[in-house]
Write a protein that binds this ligand. Structure first.
Ligand SMILES: [Zn+2]
Length: 422
């Protein structure tokens, strides 16, 4: 495949690459090269010319709750723990019904596709069948990623509380089945968070992680009441982070922890050593009044961080908007902490493309050997009276763009059409 256009990507936090009117050549899933002049050996082959469009890497959303998709924007006048009980758990209980689950999954995947999220790591619910259906539909959609059957055997409503052994058996079954039947979607171990998983369940999940070498995702230090609750549940373990560590759930370079707002220096040391990816979710942090993650400081201290939507704590799956919000929240944090710099929107863009893509391997750059994941973003017709550079057009898309600006999506080297008609 040969594409022509204006390519922009952010290989590092402080680095933005721009190649205008360039030719990109792919073979299978991979990028072969990006050229200012088309090499002679490709002469005569068909070229897709995207004209003045900018072409950027697809977004990777490393923290999103698929079953909460219908709750976007609802009930944010209470804080986390009350919000979970009032809004989240009653909805999640409905996914026992596989028909309902399928209807939501299709809408969810259509929306991710529309807004340019091509890879993700999602929470499903405790229900094995619903989680499996989400995995199958994701693969069918031509998108890629990880899906977690949620594990929850304490501090949950009766209809969402599992038997420990059954929770482990269902999880193991999905690990094996996805490895046999799917190519681009895998299982990620998903204890909801420490308060809802017993020591026995966390220990069992840690052992499954070792046995099958699968990744882990969960929540960490999102809200002060939650942090206090974890202390009460595990008085013998000094910190929240060390609870996960004690049960083998901080798997080296294979763990995503959402939020991490209230971390001690000792916890950060552990997270850095284990290569844990912290998913910063700016909309969720503000919607349910959790706090402001000191993102710039964390990055300077060498923590791995990315930007994620956390639907439905976040009210939108559109990652461009989370990218802009991460920069905005960082500026508010900077006003209170002038000694820290704020994050630029192009740095936030790196966190939602390359920094997150690294969890899947060579994803998020337009360089030889990388998987070709891309969004073709058309110029904004409301703003066509002035000349804009490609970088200015990127910035404007991140702040005020939407799915109508995205003319095409490529994932793993293939054009992906809208997955489902409803
Ligand atoms: Zn979450």
């Amino acid at each position: 495949m040969i594409l022509k256009g204006n390519f922009i990507w952010a290989p590092a936090l402080d680095q933005l690459e721009v190649r205008e009117h360039a030719w990109l050549v792919t073979e299978g899933e991979k990028i072969i090269g990006l050229y200012d002049q088309l090499p002679p050996e490709y002469a005569g082959q068909s070229v897709t010319d995207w004209g003045e469009a900018i072409i950027i890497p697809g977004f990777n959303d490393m923290h999103i709750h698929a079953p909460q998709f219908p709750n976007r924007g609802i009930g944010y006048d209470v804080r986390l723990l009350e919000w979970l009980e009032t809004y989240t758990f009653p909805l999640e209980a409905r996914y026992r019904d596989i028909e309902f689950a399928e209807q939501v999954w299709k809408r969810f995947l259509n929306r991710l596709w529309a807004t340019g999220t091509l890879r993700f790591s999602a929470f499903a619910t405790i229900h094995k069948d619903a989680a499996w259906r989400l995995m199958e539909l994701t693969e069918q959609a031509g998108l890629r990623g990880l899906v977690g059957k949620v594990n929850m055997d304490r501090n949950a409503p009766d209809n969402l509380r599992e038997e420990t052994e059954q929770s482990l058996a269902d999880t193991e079954e999905l690990i094996c089945r996805s490895r046999e039947e799917l190519k681009h979607v895998g299982l990620i171990l998903t204890p909801r968070f420490v308060p809802s998983t017993t020591a026995k369940l966390m220990d069992g999940l840690g052992q499954l992680g070792e046995k099958y070498d699968v990744p882990v995702q969960s929540h960490l230090s999102e809200n002060p009441s939650e942090v206090q609750w974890v202390k009460e549940l595990h008085p013998d373990i000094p910190t929240y982070t060390q609870v996960y560590e004690a049960f083998g759930l901080l798997r080296q370079d294979k763990t995503i922890m959402a939020h991490g707002i209230y971390l001690s220096d000792g916890e950060k040391e552990i997270l850095r050593e284990k290569g844990v990816l912290l998913a910063h979710c700016p909309f969720s942090n503000s919607n349910v009044s959790s706090g402001v993650m000191p993102l710039r400081r964390d990055l300077e201290e060498g923590l791995r961080c990315c930007v994620a939507s956390d639907v439905a704590g976040g009210h939108t799956a559109a990652m461009n908007r989370s990218v802009a919000a991460a920069a905005a929240l960082s500026k508010l944090n900077w006003l209170n902490h002038p000694e820290e710099r704020h994050l630029k929107v192009t740095e936030s863009f790196h966190l939602a493309t390359r920094a997150s893509g690294a969890f899947f391997g060579q994803v998020g750059c337009f360089e030889p050997g990388f998987d070709f994941d891309a969004l073709v973003v058309m110029p904004d017709r409301l703003d066509d009276l002035l000349e804009r550079t490609p970088v200015e057009r990127l910035e404007q898309f991140l702040y005020d763009g939407d799915d109508r600006h995205i003319a095409a999506r490529y994932c793993g080297g293939a054009l992906v059409e809208q997955p489902f008609t409803l």
